[in-house]
Design a protein around this ligand. Structure first.
Ligand code: GNR
Ligand code: NI
Length: 172
């Protein structure tokens, strides 16, 4: 089992704004390795630190297909510096909202600046699923979930389901 558990809604931590990382040191690298392990085990293609209950601006991503070689990306303090005008719908899911999927429309391309695993500033142009995942992860760092883009009716329905499930699991 992975060392870190992924938290789910309605955990209030998921609504917090994560704090910037001051220095990419070994503690941060260890956390990123733990996040990657939890993400691969889930399995998922992206994970924000807040999803393992650490509200800091750290993201791991790997959009490689199962038959492809692993291609982990580590992003510290990621900042989206441009978004395309062109929008594209994509079916999204979230490890913090298990087994719920819905189509979300987001800018088809984006550019993200971040610090890599070595603390080196980098810039990356993202399209397709990578653009979607990067935007989804940066949203997590700001306390935003993909269900926030749905109608209030749909969003409230999903949240209610998870509140109920948690109550059934641990009766008050
Ligand atoms: O594993 C994930 N798949 C996914 C699919 C479409 C859009 C976004 C994602 S991210 C998600 C993992 C997750 O919850 N990251 O925060
Ligand atoms: Ni998510």
């Amino acid at each position: 089992m992975a060392k870190r558990e992924i938290i789910t809604i309605p955990d209030p931590l998921l609504r917090e704004v994560s704090a910037p990382v001051e220095r990419v040191d070994d503690d941060v690298r260890r956390l990123m390795d733990d996040m990657l392990e939890a993400m691969y085990e889930a399995p998922g293609i992206g994970l924000a630190a807040v999803q393992v209950a650490v509200p800091r601006r750290i993201v791991v991503v790997d959009t490689a297909r199962e038959e492809e070689e692993r291609n982990p990306l580590f992003l510290v303090n990621p900042e989206i510096v441009s978004l395309s005008d062109e929008m594209r719908p994509h079916e999204e899911g979230c490890l913090s909202i298990p087994e719920f999927y819905a189509e979300v429309e987001r800018p088809a391309a984006c550019t993200v600046q971040f610090l890599d695993r070595d603390g080196k500033p980098r810039e990356m142009d993202c399209t397709d699923i990578l653009s979607t995942v990067i935007q989804h992860e940066v949203d997590h760092l700001n306390g935003v979930l993909f269900i926030d883009y749905l109608s209030r009716l749909k969003r409230d329905r999903v949240i209610k389901k998870f509140v109920k499930a948690k109550k059934a699991e641990a009766p008050a």
